[in-house]
Design a protein around this ligand. Structure first.
Ligand code: SAM
Length: 242
């Protein structure tokens, strides 16, 4: 049974007094071990309900008692802005499919052009779509949405993520092959980059490869960007599903 604690995970989490009765109602038996999902931390952990430790009358604590319960690696989607509701559709499907973080980024051939003030309004709407998709599919931890300036800079900063860029002109390696390699090396953070309606320029692919990203093919058909996003995230998600 999972409970959502909207605070960063720590070794011991003090449960606020008003939450205690709910917690003890859900976890009636002392051997129950709630899987706690932290608000700001997208990974979860098994905790044990322990009796009062800090002297307050009825507070309870959860003590971290097991390794991280996350099933499989973190999945990070970097999606070029798309026009209209296609981008919103990608956010909704990526949330349902278990993505842990979503970078939204402007690339050379984006059709959608957002000024910074328009982007503020859009971001609020996109976050609402993520929240609604999370509620609908029963996710505890929601993917964070990050508006990024540059794909290259994100990849350069997030170097512990194995970045794969879905490139429609790639004819050597498929996503499946790269996933099998990543599994072999025990990679626990997989990033997939999907281009805009106008695709990637070769120079963008070269820049991403220079920071360790691998181009991957999603097959011989040229997919719509939103189809490619859902296809790629599904492949990664189900590749690791136990
Ligand atoms: N340049 C493409 C064309 O010639 O029509 C348009 C790009 S496609 C509509 C949008 C994005 O989806 C691409 O940038 C890529 O990220 C992804 N994509 C689509 N089909 C793909 C494929 N077969 N292999 C890898 N990525 C693909």
């Amino acid at each position: 049974k999972k409970i959502f604690i909207p605070t960063p995970l720590a070794d011991v989490i003090i449960i606020p007094r008003e939450e205690t009765h709910h917690l003890l109602r859900v976890f009636r038996h002392p051997q129950d071990k709630p899987i706690v999902v932290g608000g700001s931390d997208e990974r979860s952990g098994i905790y044990q309900i322990v009796a009062v430790e800090d002297g307050c009358a009825s507070a309870h604590c959860l003590r971290y008692c097991d390794e991280d319960m996350a099933d499989g690696p973190e999945i990070i989607l970097m999606q070029a802005f798309l026009k209209g509701d296609r981008f919103e559709w990608v956010l909704q499907k990526a949330t349902e499919l278990g993505v842990n973080r979503i970078y939204a980024v402007k690339t050379e051939n984006c059709v959608a052009k957002y000024t910074s003030d328009k982007l503020a309004g859009k971001t609020a709407r996109w976050e609402k779509i993520i929240r609604e998709a999370g509620q609908q599919c029963g996710r505890m931890a929601l993917p964070s949405l990050v508006i990024a300036e540059s794909m290259h800079d994100v990849c350069a900063e997030e170097e512990d993520i194995q970045w794969l860029v879905a490139y429609e002109d790639e004819d050597k390696h498929t996503l499946r092959e790269r996933l099998e390699e990543a599994t072999l090396v025990g990679c626990d953070r997989i990033g997939i980059i999907i281009g805009p309606e106008g695709g990637f320029d070769d120079s963008e692919i070269e820049a991403l490869m220079s920071v360790g990203a691998y181009p991957v093919s999603l097959g011989s058909n040229i997919l719509r960007a939103e189809t490619a996003a859902v296809a790629a995230v599904s492949m990664i998600s189900y590749h690791y599903m136990k």
